[in-house]
Ligand binder design. Structure first.
Ligand code: MSP
Length: 510
């Protein structure tokens, strides 16, 4: 196992407030960051905001404020997502910070020095919503090939990055690192795109002032995607180097939506190769959410506000739903009915009931004190074997970034524990004093299975997991536990007195 793990979200444009799409990427990264911490790795988790470029400048002009004022106002909505959604990012980067200016200019300078950046003239098309350049050939019918919106004709002096030179090196990098782009279907798309040939990329603008100046050429500002992508090295201390950079770079996973994969899997590694910095180890592209069957848009008024979701259902429920409902990597549809159904069936019924009835019986039959287990029978051994198996299934699923599969494995254990309760019928055992030993063993085993479920589900539903962790008498923060120790069977101490706390996941009535 690598000792360190570095994961990033895209940095979000400040021309708009956060919606479910932003929350989704950030929550996915948080679950992975938390899981890798449980594995005992040193984790660095970065998120932030993309504050330069034409898109932000345009919105600011429309609102009659300066781009900086717009950014200062909107950034608080993105920063506020962390406490609201229980996000454990280690840093929050804004591209308007001095540390980022230094980093972008240094990366640019290094490519200039080795001849990969040259001055020319840009003539072609620009799509402002995507902040992307296109050739005559690419725009074909007249609109942006990515988003379908109108593009504008541009002619201006511009610095170019010799992207064409990196076609071979990129293809070789993909070949040598088959897990660089995931999922596989996306990898094939990118390989086909690069095999199709790469044009040199315009990386500066003279028609815009809201950006980072090109070193020694203050009339030019650096292309917003060049600026934005560089945040991933700024966040770990580039260009100063130092311990953080050495520990965490290259990043393990840049998590992105499928729409921005090309920037991360083609441009970004090429910029880095050119500057003599190692490319990232992985880029994972996830799918998009529609809302109640429709594309999410302001004009339809169906934009899902993550703060509203937290107020209504709680952060754990929202997190659980997003990562459980749809296989990660595919598109999904968000509906309140589906969310309420998931919460009630998986959290309130399956998990909530397991905990409630176990702790209820423990209090009733043993005064809340953990009993001593005795020799294990076949059904006990099979529950124990099941919990070991789930541990490795979850580990494998998280390695593949398959959250839905990890959660489904955890819930198989929840269900197995519920079946074990039903089959062992502690309420009948309790009627016969001769069966007190067996009753103790059964309760111990359910408590242990519950504890392991709580531990494994903690990256997904952190606040509830902490409550349940405490209700099971476990000490400290579940987030500080180490899987290889706490994941083993039999960690619960017989004789321990459990606190009297209510732990249920309430049902949602709608
Ligand atoms: N600023 C760039 C990223 C620069 S990263 C160096 C950007 N910002 S964004 O705010 O427009 O989008 C951020 C992320 O939100 C993207 O990964 C995008 O895929 C994601 N989503 C936007 N709408 C979405 C959905 N409806 N569903 C899921 N994710 C979506 O792009």
């Amino acid at each position: 196992m690598k000792p360190a793990f570095y994961i990033t979200t895209p940095i979000y444009y400040v021309n708009d407030v956060p919606h479910i799409g932003h929350a989704y990427t950030t929550i996915a990264c948080d679950a992975l960051a938390r899981f890798h911490r449980l594995k005992g790795q040193k984790v660095f988790f970065l998120t932030g905001t993309d504050e330069h470029g034409e898109k932000v400048q345009k919105t600011a002009t429309q609102q009659g404020v300066s781009p900086r004022d717009l950014a200062d106002r909107v950034v608080t909505r993105f920063q506020g997502l962390s406490p609201a959604l229980s996000i454990t990012n280690d840093d929050f980067i804004r591209t308007t910070e001095p540390r980022h200016y230094a980093s972008v200019q240094e990366l640019f300078r290094r490519s200039q020095k080795n001849g990969d950046i040259y001055l020319g003239e840009y003539e072609g098309w620009y799509c402002t919503p995507c902040e992307a350049y296109w050739t005559d050939l690419q725009i074909g019918a007249g609109n942006c090939p990515d988003c379908g919106r109108p593009v504008e004709k541009r002619k201006e002096p511009s610095f170019f990055f010799r992207l064409s030179k990196y076609q071979r090196p990129l293809l070789e990098y993909y070949e040598r690192n088959p897990r660089f782009i995931r999922p596989d279907s996306r990898r094939n798309e990118v390989v086909a795109f690069v095999e199709g040939g790469l044009h040199d990329l315009s990386v500066s603008r003279t028609s815009l002032s809201w950006g980072i100046p090109v070193p020694e050429h203050p009339g030019h500002v650096i292309y917003v995607w060049y600026d934005a992508l560089t945040n991933y090295v700024t966040g770990v201390g580039f260009p100063g180097g130092g311990e953080r950079f050495d520990t965490f770079w290259p990043a393990d996973i840049h998590m992105v939506g499928k729409d921005i994969l090309r920037f991360h899997a083609v441009y970004w590694p090429a910029f880095l190769m050119s500057a003599g910095v190692a490319p990232p180890l992985g880029v994972f592209a996830h799918g998009w959410w529609t809302v109640e069957g429709q594309k999410m848009s302001k004009s339809l008024g169906n934009v899902v506000d993550p703060y509203d979701m937290v107020d209504r259902y709680g952060a754990d429920a929202f997190r659980y739903f997003l990562l459980r409902e749809v296989p990660f990597g595919l598109d999904g549809d968000f509906s309140r009915r589906a969310l309420v159904h998931r919460i009630n069936s998986d959290l309130a019924n399956d998990f909530g009931n397991l905990l409630n009835r176990t702790l209820g019986m423990l209090s009733k039959y043993f005064g809340g004190t953990v009993p001593v287990p005795s020799v294990a029978g076949e059904e006990d051994l099979s529950l124990i074997a099941r919990s070991r198996e789930v541990l490795s299934l979850v580990d494998g699923a998280m390695e593949e970034v398959e959250f839905h599969r990890a959660l489904s494995a955890i819930w198989d254990l929840v269900k197995a524990a519920n079946r074990y309760v039903d089959a062992s019928a502690p309420w009948s055992l309790a009627k016969d004093p001769a069966k007190r030993g067996r009753l103790g063993t059964v309760l111990y085993n359910i408590l242990e299975a519950s504890r392991i479920c709580v531990l494994l589900s903690s990256p997904f539903i952190p606040a509830a997991a902490q409550r349940m962790w405490e209700a099971l008498g476990c000490e400290g923060q579940v987030a500080g536990a180490v899987l290889s120790e706490e994941g083993g069977w039999g960690r619960l101490t017989a004789g321990a007195a459990l606190p009297k706390t209510a732990v249920a996941f309430p049902r949602i009535e709608e």
